[in-house]
Ligand binder design. Structure first.
Ligand code: M6R
Length: 611
């Protein structure tokens, strides 16, 4: 949440910062600001609302300077307003700070700093950092930041500039993501790689407790006590076009359409042509550990939690290991029991979700082996895990998670096959057959993408478009599909939607069914198909509007449904990967037809780095 970008070099920092902020706008978009140092003064432009407002303001008040910092905000402390938007300053407007995270002891710091004469302008926690740096500043910005951060509790990634040090930018991290990009006679700071991909591929991943002094011709990194730190310069190999819409009206639609290739990428290097085994070397687990495994606990949030639920069905059925799936924000505050030989699997696109990160810290302390399913390489969760399965989905920019979800389920499928074979639950022949089913998934997704007419038609139908509320039902492997379909619709269209296991319908939700309630029923062919059809009939008997997701060729389902969205015939355990696609498209088209901004939905941010 919140995006920060900074630049020091010879070019105009403002152009680079604004281009970077646009690529980070998925992190927050309620207000923004830029501060630059030029000709011995510190100048700033701020605006409320999305970044286009900043673009307009900067056109009217152009800033030009080779050193600056910028921020796009997702409000935590204080309403979105110009005064609360970053950068924040000390009394004399000499020091400017941008921040992503939450300063937990800001109230105490604020009171103390006020006594020392600090004049607070905003309600934010961030402003305390600006005044604290001022308090310790004696001409050396790097030294002042290191000292100030010793007083700070909480999570932060910060960028700091001072008008008295026009050749220095200081950045620091504790808990919130931060990278430093290195160019030729220039350097960058950012919350995430896409912000600077246009300018450099050489990146330092700053770690917790590290502070970096960045100059045009070099940098140094120390911990808060002044001990030098050496970090390896990594080369990022993402394609820059990954951060562009490439002709699609929204990132979300682009990412939905990328899914055939994304699944191929998730499989790439893990299952070689003609092979009957899965290779996941980055998991860093031995065969013996897999054989000794007594329990798996999956921890995650939102869509990633739904992927974890599908993972449970797969792992229990084909590897015969008991699996619990926990919401990370609950797991971290319980006192979870971790028996020996427990593996904890965090699932996360960003790798920075605060609750998931904290959950794995709890699990590690209790002795669990932590192997994460992560998309963003080098992210905090990837680094703090003992092993990783990278989903290899490429950057996901749309706030609504789509390709990350299907790639996470694919990663679970790979792990299931490996674990099942290693534990002797699956034969090599069964493993080979499951791999073949996985390989068939991209074509099945492509089929859905090539047959979108019906979903587009339904999305314009007033009975769906103007619905106040919707129910999603599914069973077995597709119970999580119902939860995920409902989340997609509610988060981007603002139609209230609930997902339920269809068997639960009679235990309460059926009371909601009227001739105005759309009920999306996942009724693809599989073991529970007949049960789903019975549930559908019960809904129809109460005049509910049934929108079924069914298997191509199932004509009978039309008799019980108002409308049907088809997917091609599919191996049931992997069907949630394909079922996700019509549900994503339905949510996307309903939301865009309602005039909603699907890439930046109300109140949401892509990466939830605060609790
Ligand atoms: O980055 P993560 O996968 O850890 O994020 C988890 C959730 O915040 C995320 O899936 C969220 O629910 C999305 N808005 C869903 O579309």
């Amino acid at each position: 949440m919140c995006g920060i970008v900074g630049y020091i070099g010879k070019k105009n920092a403002v152009d680079i910062i604004m281009s970077g902020l646009h690529r980070l706008e998925y992190r927050g978009y309620d207000s923004a600001g830029v501060a630059v140092i030029r000709n011995g003064s510190l100048d700033c432009v701020k605006s409320v609302g999305k970044l286009v407002k900043m673009d307009e303001k900067l056109k009217q008040n152009p800033l030009d300077s080779p050193l600056g910092i910028g921020h796009t905000r997702w409000a935590t402390h204080g309403v979105p307003s110009e005064v609360n938007s970053h950068p924040h300053f000390d009394n004399d407007m000499e020091i400017a700070v941008v921040h992503n995270g939450i300063i937990e002891n800001y109230q105490e710091l604020r009171e103390e700093l006020k006594k020392g004469g600090a004049n607070f302008r905003s309600q934010t926690d961030t402003e305390t950092i600006a005044h604290l740096v001022r308090k310790y500043y004696q001409g050396d910005l790097f030294a002042a930041v290191k000292r100030a951060l010793q007083d700070v509790e909480g999570a932060y990634a910060i960028g700091v500039v001072c008008k008295k040090n026009p050749d220095v930018m200081v950045a620091a991290r504790h808990g919130s993501p931060l990278i430093v990009g290195l160019g030729d006679g220039e350097a960058f700071i950012a919350s995430d790689v896409p912000a600077i991909m246009k300018y450099t591929r050489k990146v330092l991943y700053i770690d917790n407790g590290q502070v970096c002094e960045i100059r045009r011709d070099g940098y140094k990194i120390e911990d808060l006590k002044g001990n030098p730190v050496t970090l390896e310069v990594k080369t990022v190999d993402w394609d820059d076009s990954a951060a562009e819409k490439e002709g699609y009206p929204h990132f979300m639609l682009k990412e939905i359409n990328q899914q055939p290739d994304v699944i191929k990428n998730t499989l790439r290097g893990r299952v070689t042509e003609g092979s009957d085994t899965v290779q996941l070397p980055d998991m860093q687990v031995t065969e013996q550990e897999l054989k000794d495994l007594k329990k798996i606990v999956i921890v995650s949030c939102g869509t990633a939690w739904h992927a974890g639920l599908v993972g449970k069905y797969l792992l229990e059925k084909f590897a015969q290991v008991p699996v619990e799936v926990d919401i990370a924000s609950e797991y971290r505050y319980r006192d979870p029991i971790v028996y020996p030989n427990t593996m904890v699997i965090p699932v996360t696109q960003s790798g920075e979700t605060a609750d998931t990160l904290e959950a794995i810290r709890v699990a590690k302390k209790k002795g669990a082996k932590v192997v994460s399913i992560v998309n963003v390489v080098g992210s905090s969760i990837a680094r703090e895990s003992h092993g990783v399965i990278y989903t290899q989905a490429g950057p996901e920019i749309g706030v609504a998670s789509t390709k990350a979800y299907t790639s996470q389920i694919t990663a679970f499928a790979l792990f299931t096959i490996w674990l099942g074979e290693t534990r002797g639950v699956l034969s090599k022949a069964q493993g080979r057959e499951m791999i073949a089913h996985l390989r068939a998934i991209p074509d099945k997704i492509q089929w859905v993408l090539d047959h979108q007419e019906e979903v587009i038609r339904c999305s314009k139908d007033p009975k769906y478009l103007n619905a106040q509320s919707a129910l999603y039902l599914g069973r077995s492997y597709n119970f999580p599909s119902a939860l995920e379909g409902a989340l997609k619709l509610k988060e981007i269209s603002y139609i209230h939607a609930e997902g339920y296991g269809a068997g639960e319908m009679k235990h309460g939700p059926i009371a909601l069914v009227t001739d105005e309630l759309p009920v999306v029923c996942v009724a693809t062919k599989g073991d529970t198909y007949d049960k789903m059809v019975s549930n559908i009939q019960e809904i129809r008997a109460r005049s509910g509007i049934v929108l079924s997701v069914a298997t191509e060729g199932d004509e009978a389902i039309k008799n019980h449904s108002a409308d049907v969205l088809y997917i091609p015939e599919c191996y049931e355990p992997f069907s949630p990967i394909v079922v996700a696609v019509p549900l994503q498209l339905f949510a996307y088209y309903v939301a865009t037809n309602r005039g909603c901004d699907v890439d930046q939905p109300r109140n949401l941010a892509k990466s939830v780095t605060v609790e």
